[in-house]
Design a protein around this ligand. Structure first.
Ligand code: CUA
Length: 468
């Protein structure tokens, strides 16, 4: 049976456009995609953050190539779409079907082969960039002519960095700088060995274009080489000579390009980019890029020296250690004296006269408040403050233990930290401490040797091996 077809007044337009149109269309695609490529790659329109590492240069070049190729495809497809919509639109009163086109093997082969070639080329290029960025380079982490292992530890909700300096202190213990910030310098071939203390985190420095998951029980690596940057001086700071640990002084704006400033560095943010719990949004720190190896070494060697010759008084040592941010205590605990505002762990305000009560409460044989505090650092999970989970990492006295949930803390740091915490009474006066240490009016122990001996005795009680 015949279906009657209504014919419109116009004949259907030819499927093949004129050669002038084709030339114009191709020119439009090439010019438009080049303009997009040019605006982005010349940073006239900065679609990517600052370029702060050699890896960032490689990654960005790949991105701009993808942007150019993507631009060609985008303008080709959208252009043809727009062209078809206008040219082949239904004319008024035309209710007819379109012409019945059936297959075109040449066209199909062409539009399969071209994208296939493009995709394979892009994959090949990506592999080249990836291997270039991740291959070992010469003199990785060379500091003072020695390779230094830099461990990066993610823990809810803080980053910490441990520099295994290869040097030892007066007791023969290895000096490990444990820092809340990552220090590097321009041209340093950085390699980080990363693992997590608890859940999966992800280490990301946008300006360096490096991003890598950080997992418990698995070491992942990341490599990058910071380069000098034009806009970095906005973050210039300098460390004064012989400054206490962690102290830095902001350089006034007008002096930021002064070549005589020896210790100058730029900062970028290190962020966690894997949702890891309630404090994920607070899990960020800085990477400090010194503008020269000399500036970096001034800072680094001062840090090592301060670890080699720590103050003899344990309270002063504990004060220094805690203020340096070597250990991530501040991210979980409140301690108003030091400005800590963490909330995932119990508050340490007034712990100097509360620890004694806790020792009895815990019922795990702690002899005194000081014993309880040592116990809580070495074996934090053996008794938990009611209302808090087993979230605190174990601080082991064994530097060789490197596993999830275990950080290294040398004996003298535990002694110093506990002595310092014992001074933190509810009244703010150390003499009110009920910890088991006797303090003088100046807030320091009356008998330093006896205090150290007592705390060492407690320290020896705990194995510090992770309870399985
Ligand atoms: Cu760690 Cu998010």
């Amino acid at each position: 049976m015949d279906i009657p077809q209504k014919r419109g007044p116009d004949a259907p337009p030819s499927l093949i456009p004129s050669s002038g149109f084709i030339i114009g269309f191709v020119a439009f695609i090439l010019i438009a995609s080049f303009v997009v490529f040019y605006l982005a790659s010349s940073r006239i329109i900065p679609v990517l953050p600052e370029v702060a590492s050699t890896q960032a240069v490689n990654t960005d070049n790949l991105f701009y190539i993808l942007l150019g190729v993507g631009g060609i495809v985008f303008f080709l497809v959208q252009g043809l779409l727009l062209y078809s919509v206008i040219r082949f639109r239904a004319r008024p009163n035309d209710l007819s079907d379109g012409p019945n086109i059936h297959g075109n093997p040449t066209l199909e082969i062409v539009w399969t082969i071209i994208p296939a070639v493009v995709v394979v080329a892009i994959s090949g290029l990506s592999v080249v960039v990836w291997t270039t960025n991740n291959s070992p380079r010469e003199n990785e982490n060379f500091i003072n002519g020695q390779p230094v292992k830099i461990e990066t530890i993610g823990a809810r909700f803080a980053w910490s960095f441990q520099y295994h300096t290869g040097q030892t202190n007066a007791n023969g213990d290895p000096i490990i700088l444990s820092l809340p910030e990552l220090h590097t310098y321009v041209g340093m071939n950085v390699k980080l060995d990363m693992y997590s203390d608890d859940v999966i985190h992800s280490f990301w420095i946008p300006e360096m274009r490096v991003k890598q998951d950080v997992m418990p029980n698995k070491v992942s690596e990341i490599r990058f080489t910071p380069i000098s940057t034009a806009s970095g001086y906005a973050y210039a700071f300098e460390y004064p000579q012989n400054a206490p640990l962690g102290a830095s002084v902001s350089v006034p704006l007008e002096r930021r390009n002064d070549p005589n400033i020896a210790n100058r560095f730029n900062r970028y943010q290190v962020v966690c980019t894997e949702l890891c719990g309630g404090g994920h949004g607070q899990m960020y720190t800085d990477i400090v890029v010194h503008d020269s190896e000399t500036s970096f070494l001034t800072w680094y060697n001062a840090q090592v020296e301060s670890r080699r010759n720590p103050p003899a008084d344990p309270v002063l040592l504990g004060d220094q250690v805690l203020r340096s941010g070597e250990y991530p205590c501040a991210s979980c605990h409140v301690l108003t004296t030091l400005g800590w505002q963490g909330i995932t762990g119990p508050s340490l305000d007034g712990i100097g006269d509360r620890a004694g009560t806790r020792a009895t409460q815990a019922g795990v044989g702690d002899e005194s408040g000081a014993d309880y505090l040592v116990h809580s650092i070495r074996e934090p999970h053996s008794w938990l403050v009611p209302g808090y989970g087993a979230a605190m990492p174990i601080f082991s006295d064994d530097p060789s233990v490197s596993e999830a949930g275990v950080n290294y803390m040398p004996d003298e740091d535990v002694i110093g930290i506990v002595a310092y915490l014992c001074t933190q009474t509810g009244t703010g006066v150390a003499t009110d401490s009920t910890c088991g240490i006797e303090f003088a009016d100046n807030g320091l122990p009356i008998d330093v040797d006896a205090t150290i001996e007592m705390l060492s005795g407690y320290e020896d009680k705990y194995s510090s091996v992770p309870d399985s």
